[in-house]
Design a binder for this molecule. Structure first.
Ligand code: XIL
Length: 672
C-alpha cells in the first residue's frame, strides 16, 4: 500500500484503455527448477499446517543415526515412556522429570512440537496407585499427579493425552475395569479433563485409545458417545487420539469416516501411535491420506523411527529399516501428503480432491469482520493490508493501522472468524518493531530456520523475526533487506512509491517482490540458505500501465500443481480497487493472464456477492488463506478464501484517514 497521500479520483477515460495482454519478463534471471514439494515428512506435513511426529526414547538420544533422522524428518515428538506415571511418580509425591525433560528440552530447542503422553492410564502405573481403595485418596492422588506434571511442562505441550485406553475391547462399548473406574466410577475421565484444563489451559486435551479406528466397532461408538456427551455438557476436551496400531491389512475402510465423525463433534483428531505390521506401502498411504482428507486431522505420529526401535520390532512396522534407511512405506507416506489435496482449514469441508485453478472466479463476501480499535494512544482510522496464517488452531492476522499521521502495525489472533471482531489488538509500535512508518506486513514461517518472519515496508523493505508467532513482544527490531533502493527501481519508479514487499521461496531460492505504484512489479532473489541476506538481481517481473498493475502483489504456490499464482491490485475504470491474476510455472518465469480483466477479474465488485450487505465496492490489498504457513506460501486449489480490505463506498477525503475494514471472500465456483 501507498505510504503517503493517494489520489481519491480516477479517470475512467484513461483506464478503460487498459491492455490485458500477457505480462513480459524483461531481463529475467534464468528460471529455477520447480521442485517445491518438500522432501521430508515434517516439512511436507507443515505445508498443510499439520505435523508429522514420532515417539522418542530418551535412551536412544546418543545414537547419531537415530537423532539424525529425528531432526531431519519430524516436527513433533512424543516421549515413548518418559512421561508415564511409573517414570514420573514412581513413589507417591516424588516426581522425577529427568527423562521427560531430556526429550522435552531437546524438542523445544529444535522447534519440534511436543505431545504429552500420558497422565491417567491403567498401565505403566505404579503398584502404590493400583492399591488405593479409598475414592477421596485416589481422587486427590490423580488430580495431584495431573496438576504437578502439567505444571512442570506448562506452556510447552501442544497436546496432552489426558486419559489413555479407558475403554474395553470387545462388544460392550463400556469403560474397562481399572483402579480409576473401579474406585472413582466412570466420572474419573471427566474429572481428569477438568483438572487438566485448569492446570495448563494452553495445551490441547486429548482422549487417546486403540481399536477405535473402525467406525462400527462398539469401542469406537463408546468413545464417540463419551466425546459427544463431553462436548454437549461443556466438559473440556479438544482432541481424540487414534493410536492406529494396525495389522498388515492397514486401516479399516471406514477409517476416514471415523476421523470425520469425531471431528464433526468439534474436536481435532490425531493419529498418535501409527505402526503397521510389515509396513505395506498402500496401508501407510491410506492411513496418511485419510488424515489429509479431514481438515481437523491435525497431525500424525509414528510410534518409533527405525524397525529396531519399535515395540513391535518383530513386525518391522515403521518407516525406516534397522540401518536407518527409508523403506518404501516412507515414500508412500510422503507422497500421500503431497499428492492429494492436502488442505488445512478449520472450516473446510471434510473431503477434497486435487484440482487446478479455474479461469474465472466467483466469491461471496462476509460483512466487515475486523474494524480498527483505538485506545488512548492510538487513534486509528483504518485497518489495512492484512497478512494471515492459520497456525496451531488459530488465525494470526497482522495488518497496517492508518490515520492522518501515518502507518504502523497491529496483531490479533482468534480461533474462528466469528471471533475476529472481538479479538484484542496488539499494537506493534510498542514492541521492538517501534514507532514510525511501518506498513503492509506479510507473515510466514521460515521452516529451515524455524523462525517466523514479518516482512513490511518502511521506505526500505524491512523484516523482523520471532520464534513464537503468538507473542507480539517477541518481534525483533526492523532490519533492511537492501542497503538502498535497487537501481532498476530508482530508474522506473517515476512519481510512484516503493511499496508492498512480498517474500516467497521455492526449494532453492527466495524471491522478494515489490511494487512502485507506477506499473512495475519488481523481483529480487537470494538462495534459501542465504535468506534473509543476499537479495540481488532485481528485475522487472511484470509491467503494465500504472493503474492496471498498481500495487499489493501476492504470489503463491498452488498446492498439488506446478503452478504459481500472481495477484496484483489494480484501479478499475470506476476508480475502485480490484485484483487481477496470472499464473506461471516458475517464480522467476513470465506470467500468463488467468482472470486478469475488469470483465473477468480475480476479485472485483462484479464477481463478488454480499449476502450481508454490500459494505464495500473496493476489493483491495489482502491475502489468501493459505494451506500451510511456511515460506512456500502454498494455497489450496479449491474453495479459496481471501482476506481483503474494503470500505464504505461513500467515504472520501484524506487517503490515510479512509475507514478501511477487513472482510473475507469465499470462492463459490470451486469445482472441487
Ligand atoms: C509402549 C511403548 O512403546 C513400550 O516401550 C512400552 O514398553 C509399553 O508401552 N499404547 C500406548 C503406548 O499408549 O504408550 C504404548 O507404548 C503402546 C500402546
Amino acid at each position: 500500500m501507498n505510504p503517503l497521500k493517494r489520489l481519491g479520483r480516477r479517470r475512467a477515460s484513461v483506464l478503460s484503455l487498459l491492455a490485458v495482454a500477457a505480462l513480459v519478463t524483461p531481463g529475467a534471471a534464468s528460471a529455477a527448477p520447480d521442485a517445491v514439494r518438500a522432501s521430508t515428512l515434517g516439512a511436507q506435513a507443515a505445508q498443510s499446517g499439520r505435523y508429522f511426529g514420532t515417539a522418542v526414547a530418551a535412551g536412544r538420544l546418543d545414537d547419531g543415526t537415530y537423532t539424525g533422522i529425528l531432526d531431519r524428518e519430524f516436527n513433533s515428538v512424543t516421549p515413548e515412556n518418559e512421561m508415564k506415571w511409573d517414570t514420573i511418580e514412581r513413589s507417591r509425591g516424588q516426581f522425577n522429570f529427568g527423562p521427560g525433560d531430556q526429550i522435552a528440552n531437546r524438542a523445544s530447542q529444535r522447534g519440534q512440537r511436543l505431545r504429552g503422553h500420558t497422565l491417567v492410564w491403567h498401565q505403566q502405573l505404579p503398584d502404590w496407585v493400583k492399591a488405593i481403595r479409598d475414592a477421596n485418596t485416589l481422587r486427590s492422588v490423580m488430580n495431584n499427579h495431573i496438576t504437578q506434571v502439567m505444571n512442570h511442562y506448562k506452556g510447552r505441550i501442544y497436546a496432552w493425552d489426558v486419559v489413555n485406553e479407558a475403554f474395553a475391547d470387545g462388544g460392550s462399548g463400556q469403560m474397562r475395569s481399572s483402579v480409576f473406574r473401579d474406585v472413582l466410577g466412570t466420572g474419573f475421565i471427566e474429572e481428569a479433563f477438568r483438572t487438566a484444563r485448569s492446570a495448563d489451559p494452553s495445551a490441547k486435551l486429548c482422549y487417546n485409545d486403540y481399536n477405535i479406528e473402525n467406525w462400527s466397532d462398539a469401542k469406537t461408538q463408546g468413545v464417540y458417545r463419551m466425546v459427544r456427551d463431553f462436548k454437549s455438557r461443556g466438559v473440556p476436551i479438544d482432541c481424540v487420539g487414534l493410536q492406529s496400531h494396525f495389522g498388515a491389512g492397514g486401516p479399516p475402510s471406514s477409517f476416514q469416516t471415523t476421523l470425520s465423525n469425531f471431528a464433526a463433534l468439534g474436536v481435532d483428531v490425531q493419529i498418535t501411535e501409527l505402526d503397521i505390521a510389515q509396513a505395506p506401502t498402500a496401508a501407510y498411504a491410506n492411513t496418511v491420506r485419510a488424515c489429509m482428507n479431514v481438515a481437523r486431522c491435525t497431525g500424525i505420529t509414528v510410534w518409533g523411527i527405525r524397525d529396531s526401535d519399535s515395540w513391535r520390532s518383530g513386525e518391522n512396522p515403521l518407516l525406516f529399516d534397522r540401518n536407518g534407511n527409508k523403506k518404501p512405506a516412507y515414500q508412500s507416506a510422503l507422497t500421500a501428503m503431497g499428492g492429494s489435496a492436502a488442505v488445512r482449514r478449520a472450516d473446510a469441508p471434510a473431503t477434497r480432491s486435487a484440482a487446478a485453478l479455474p479461469t474465472s472466479f466467483r466469491w461471496s463476501s462476509s460483512g466487515a469482520l475486523i474494524a480498527p480499535k483505538s485506545d488512548s494512544t492510538h487513534n486509528i482510522a483504518g485497518i489495512k493490508d492484512p497478512s494471515v496464517v492459520y497456525y496451531n488452531g488459530k488465525y494470526h492476522v497482522f495488518a497496517s493501522t492508518a490515520n492522518a499521521s501515518g502507518y504502523n502495525l497491529v496483531y490479533l489472533s482468534f480461533s474462528d472468524w466469528s471471533q475476529a471482531g472481538s479479538a484484542t489488538h496488539h499494537y506493534l509500535d510498542r514492541t521492538a518493531i517501534g514507532t514510525g512508518y511501518r506498513a503492509a506486513p506479510q507473515v510466514f514461517y521460515n521452516a529451515p530456520q524455524r523462525l517466523w518472519y514479518l516482512v513490511y515496508q518502511t521506505g526500505n523493505a524491512s523484516y523482523s523475526t520471532n520464534p513464537d508467532i503468538s507473542n507480539p513482544n517477541g518481534w525483533s527490531a526492523p532490519r533492511n533487506f537492501y542497503s538502498s533502493m535497487p537501481d532498476i527501481i530508482r530508474q522506473n519508479i517515476g512519481n510512484g512509491y516503493w511499496v508492498d514487499m512480498w517474500v516467497i521461496c521455492d526449494s532453492a531460492n527466495c524471491y522478494l517482490f515489490s511494487s512502485d505504484d507506477n506499473g512495475h512489479l519488481y523481483r529480487s532473489q537470494t538462495t534459501v540458505g542465504q535468506f534473509p541476506n543476499g537479495f540481488t538481481n532485481t528485475v522487472i517481473a511484470a509491467q503494465d500501465s500504472k493503474y492496471a498493475l498498481f500495487e499489493a502483489s501476492n504470489v503463491y504456490k498452488v498446492q498439488g500443481s506446478n503452478q504459481y499464482l500472481l495477484l496484483v491490485e489494480a484501479i478499475g475504470s470506476d476508480g475502485r480497487r480490484y485484483f487481477r491474476s496470472w499464473t506461471s510455472s516458475s517464480l522467476a518465469g513470465s506470467w500468463s493472464p488467468l482472470a486478469a480483466s475488469e470483465g473477468n477479474p480475480f476479485a472485483r465488485s462484479n464477481n463478488v456477492t454480499f449476502p450481508a450487505g454490500a459494505w464495500s465496492r473496493d476489493i483491495s490489498h489482502g491475502e489468501m488463506i493459505r494451506a500451510g504457513y511456511d515460506q512456500t506460501l502454498t494455497i489450496p486449489a479449491c474453495k479459496l478464501q481471501y482476506l481483503y480490505q474494503g470500505k464504505n463506498p461513500d467515504a472520501g477525503g484524506d487517503y490515510n484517514s479512509l475507514p478501511w475494514r477487513l472482510g473475507l471472500l469465499t470462492q463459490t465456483n470451486s469445482t472441487c
